[in-house]
Design a binder for this molecule. Structure first.
Ligand code: ZN
Length: 597
């Protein structure tokens, strides 16, 4: 048991780091860069609002009380998200600093889930099952809210032992609850009421994923245990190392690399147990449930190599990302406020909600965690932003997080997918600079180019190279899986994407052996790359015709919930990153922005 406890602690530490988004990680001081956002909604939780009820805030009406009236209760309608079965009532939103944490009763939640799971096979009354489920949904919502709140308090003051322990408790319970929840959904998937449950609450196709949940049997569970053990070994090794240091990477290179190799072998067997020939195919389809395949990803990557990587030959485009303007805490909020007001509509609504209820913290404090993230307090249907300003990148991190905030405010933190989520945040980096005041024309132009350079180098190319490496690593025969071969493949990827010369540990041929995503989130990194191409399209529209980028951003806010990345882009009339013409336009736009021939 002790071992499990340590694993949970390590897992908690991972999730904690993983709250940073792709770009936030880059701009803060990450022990491990570029993490997927753990607080982004779990794709396995019900995401669709009932299409027959008007759950979206009307963007044309202000969501706040008139500031001239002594209205005490801020209005935020409850029924946007997972609790939409409750009566539609306004909820009072306190300031973030005044929200109260109380330890959630996880034992009751777990017992309730277990009881319902047992009940499902013998019950053919969908309404009865749903009523039982609703009380569980309220508790799940509360657990996630308290988890987010405990993390906020802990990240505000890392010396606070109480909230460190409470956050740890919530994360530990989450692991158990998650497993129980999956069991419940698998039971629903196998029940006679399946269709009725989907229609009434969960959304069409929700249980498809759970058909597969128990498939694989004992072999699968045994392999998952092996995978966890290997992951544990990786964390154990990483826990005493600083992977921003060349020498410490070199020191663990062989040992950590060999753990990765064993993980690849085990994961290939997991894929086989699930009926797939290759783990990456399995991961893209089943773990991340993408609406594009590894073959489409390979085509995308070869186009990136051919059309975008050559831009790195120009030193301006390769180095511009370090030229962001630096501003103090209060000025940064003023700047964002001015930008949001000029963008108007849902962006301005979202900013005012954030500002009126102080759902952000960008203050200086020596005990703050050195990251930026956006999280969500479901009990108040309120996102919040956390940024450690103790770096020159306060402004760009704030802009990035505000992109997430606007999406989550507008869409009640309803999951689409990571690609769509990062499109909002990365596009907002550019849009906020385009609208913020006060900038001289030349400073504005410089910041806009810095954003483009940043998106190209760190998102499209770096993460593209990493995704390419992963696809190649998982295609190797077992005897070809050696540290030397993987060094060579990773080094070649860095060359192919034009980023081998950058002086940073992440661009060295041994970095694969310590990069957390390759261990903990296999198959993930492609999301950073293709979402940045989508975000750049919004930048391009804005550059070509002021206002057009904001319009595209707002159309994207109105996406149909439950649709995935490629389908969402098609729905809102944006070009697909998987089309050659899109990448051609992107390359032409970048050349133009950097005055290249
Ligand atoms: Zn992000």
């Amino acid at each position: 048991m002790k071992r499990n406890h340590i694993f949970y602690l390590l897992l908690a530490a991972t999730l904690l780091i993983s709250l940073c988004c792709a770009s936030c990680g880059k701009h803060s001081v990450p022990p491990v860069p570029d993490e997927p956002a753990a607080t982004e909604p779990d794709p396995t939780t019900p995401t669709e609002p009932d299409p027959t009820t008007p759950t979206e805030p009307d963007p044309t009406t202000p969501t706040e009380p008139d500031p001239g009236t002594p209205e005490e209760i801020p209005i935020r309608w409850q029924n946007g998200g997972a609790l939409r079965f409750l009566p539609e009532e306004p909820i009072a939103v306190p300031k973030l600093s005044e929200m109260v944490y109380t330890r959630p009763d996880a034992d009751k939640l777990i017992a309730d889930i277990e009881a319902l799971t047992e009940k499902v096979p013998g019950c053919d009354d969908a309404e009865e099952l749903l009523n039982d489920y609703y009380s569980i949904a309220v508790q799940l919502h509360n657990l996630s809210s308290m988890d987010a709140l405990a993390f906020f308090r802990y990240s505000m003051d890392m010396s606070d032992g109480y909230f460190a322990d409470e956050y740890d408790y919530c994360e530990e319970q989450y692991v158990i609850v998650d497993e129980k929840e999956n069991g419940l959904y698998a039971a629903f998937a196998g029940s006679a009421c399946r269709d009725e449950l989907e229609q009434a609450y969960f959304g069409e196709g929700f249980f498809l994923y759970y058909d597969d949940f128990n498939a694989g049997g004992e072999t699968y569970l045994d392999l998952k245990q092996q995978e966890n053990d290997l992951l544990f070994q990786y964390y154990e090794l990483a826990s005493t190392a600083d992977y921003s240091s060349y020498s410490q990477i070199e020191e663990n290179h062989e040992a950590s690399g060999n753990i990765f190799i064993e993980l690849v072998k085990v994961r290939q067997m997991i894929a086989e147990a699930k009926g797939y020939e290759n783990y990456m195919d399995y991961s893209y389809a089943c773990v991340y449930e993408r609406d594009y395949t590894t073959d489409q990803a390979r085509e995308y990557l070869s186009m990136v190599k051919a059309m975008l990587a050559p831009l790195m030959e120009n030193s301006k485009i390769a180095g511009q990302y370090s030229y962001y303007s630096s501003w103090s805490e209060s000025k940064s909020m003023d700047m964002l406020s001015a930008a949001a007001e000029r963008m108007g509509g849902p962006v301005w609504d979202s900013f005012r909600f954030m500002s009126d209820y102080e759902l952000y913290d960008v203050s200086y404090s020596p005990n703050k965690m050195g990251i930026g993230y956006t999280s969500y307090i479901g009990n108040y249907e309120s996102p919040y932003i956390f940024v450690d300003p103790d770096s020159k990148d306060l402004l760009i991190t704030l802009f990035h997080e505000f992109g997430h905030f606007t999406d989550w405010y507008y869409n009640y933190c309803i999951a689409g997918d990571y690609e769509t989520g990062e499109t909002y945040s990365q596009a907002m980096q550019y849009l906020a600079f385009a609208y913020a005041d006060p900038f001289s024309d030349s400073a504005r132009a410089e910041n806009l180019r810095a954003t483009l350079s940043d998106l190209l180098v760190y998102s499209v190319l770096q993460e593209g190279a990493y995704a390419d490496f992963e696809l190649q690593a998982y295609a190797l025969a077992p005897e070809e899986l050696t540290v030397e071969n993987l060094d060579a493949i990773f080094g070649q990827c860095l060359e192919d994407y034009g980023i081998a010369g950058i002086s940073d540990v992440r661009f060295k041929s041994n970095y694969w052996s310590v990069y957390q995503h390759f261990f903990a989130y296999p198959g993930y990194v492609i999301s950073y790359s293709d979402s940045a191409v989508a975000a750049m399209q919004i930048c391009r529209l804005e550059a070509e015709e002021p206002g057009a980028g904001v319009d595209a951003f707002c159309r994207l806010l109105n996406r149909t919930h439950g649709k995935k990345f490629a389908a969402v882009l098609a729905e809102v009339g944006m070009d697909s990153p998987f089309e050659e013409a899109t990448l051609e336009k992107t390359a032409a736009f970048l050349k133009d922005a950097f005055d290249m021939d």
